[in-house]
Write a protein that binds this ligand. Structure first.
Ligand SMILES: [Zn+2]
Length: 99
């Protein structure tokens, strides 16, 4: 694994963890409904990116259930290592190539 690949994986895992905490907090404290948007952060590979993205919790749970899928702000996709599987108004769902 190259240093770049290692950094990419670390970033994505970190922001996935942040978003899972946000989901827990918002559901637990605010009693958020399934279709209410969560204020999540972009899970792209760019170091230091923490672009806010509003994602409904049902969509986030679907993405979370697939370990190859991540949420990214529009324009933050890295087509060398992932494909865009869904384009929404304010964010993208990307899927890592499984190589
Ligand atoms: Zn980003």
């Amino acid at each position: 694994m190259s240093p770049r690949e290692a950094r990419v994986i670390r970033n994505e895992a970190l922001f996935r963890e942040v978003n899972l905490r946000i989901l827990d907090l918002e559901e637990g404290l605010l009693r958020l409904g399934e279709d209410e948007p969560l204020s999540l952060v972009c899970e792209c590979a760019h170091t230091g990116c923490a672009t806010p993205i509003a994602v409904d919790s049902a969509t986030f749970k679907q993405v979370r259930d697939n370990p190859l899928r991540f949420l990214a702000a529009v324009g933050h996709e890295d087509l060398d290592s992932e494909s865009v599987v869904e384009r929404r108004a304010s964010y993208l769902i990307v899927e890592k190539h499984s190589t």
